[in-house]
Design a protein around this ligand. Structure first.
Ligand SMILES: C[S@@+](CC[C@H](N)C(=O)[O-])C[C@H]1O[C@@H](n2cnc3c(N)ncnc32)[C@H](O)[C@@H]1O
Length: 217
């Protein structure tokens, strides 16, 4: 089997890394949901040696992820566990960080709901959830490329489509997650950061970009 490859992962890995290095600066145990090719995992684990990066995905993706890990082994990079967010297969350990890229517009909406429910149950208090991908704001998709992408998704698979930020944020809020950043990213993507709140609150000290809805090309 040829090693899977995504040019988009190569293009977006450094802008994403810049945010993750700041948000996960004091994190130790990260779960990635929907690792896909595995390229993000090897890049982020290799560049953030202070944390343990647990890959996960549906089993059909594991061979590719394992190929990437075998070619870029690191002591902090963990081979994939089977995680379909709709099934009760979440890994038993608790995480102080969760990352997921380009999943919310691919999964059916009920899986997005299940993803946030799982994060509610498996993310430690004060831990961060970072979600990367395109978003819609009050119905506006922004750049024409996002409009075309959304149409293409919905035509191919009616359950897919770029999600409404307010609806995703409502799910997060219901899961005990507080919005702390909404970062504009290259190619009309976003990197949204939530923090799980507990009895204590207002612990976040970085510079928030909440409300920055500008789109970069
Ligand atoms: C477009 S790929 C993104 C892969 C990778 N994160 C990236 O950015 O290149 C979408 C990913 O969502 C995952 N996914 C879709 N439905 C899922 C589900 N129900 N549970 C877990 N992962 C799911 C797929 O398995 C796939 O890895």
């Amino acid at each position: 089997m040829d090693k899977p490859f995504s040019q988009a992962c190569v293009n977006n890995r450094d802008p994403i890394l810049e945010v993750l290095q700041r948000v996960f600066a004091h994190s130790q145990n990260i779960l990635e949901i929907g690792s896909g090719t595995g390229q993000h995992a090897v890049w982020f684990a290799g560049n953030m040696p202070h944390l343990r990066w647990q890959t996960s995905d549906q089993p059909m993706y594991h061979a590719g992820i394992n190929q990437w890990i075998s070619q870029h082994p690191a002591t902090n990079l963990v081979r994939p566990v089977a995680l379909d967010v709709l099934a009760d297969t979440w890994p038993s350990s608790n995480y102080d960080g969760v990352f997921s890229a380009n999943t919310a517009h691919i999964m059916p909406w009920e899986a997005v709901v299940a993803m946030f429910a799982g994060i509610r149950d498996h993310l430690l208090i004060n831990g961060f959830f970072c979600l990367y991908g395109p978003m819609k704001y009050s119905g506006a998709l922004g750049a024409p490329s996002n409009v075309q992408f959304d149409q293409m998704l919905r035509q191919q698979f009616p359950h897919q489509g770029i999600r409404e930020f307010g609806e995703v944020n409502q799910l997060a809020s219901s899961a005990g997650l507080k919005l702390v950043e909404d970062n504009a990213m290259p190619a009309n993507n976003r990197l949204v950061v939530w923090q799980k709140v507990g009895m204590t609150d207002e612990l976040y000290v970085s510079t928030p970009e909440v409300g920055n809805q500008g789109q970069e090309q």
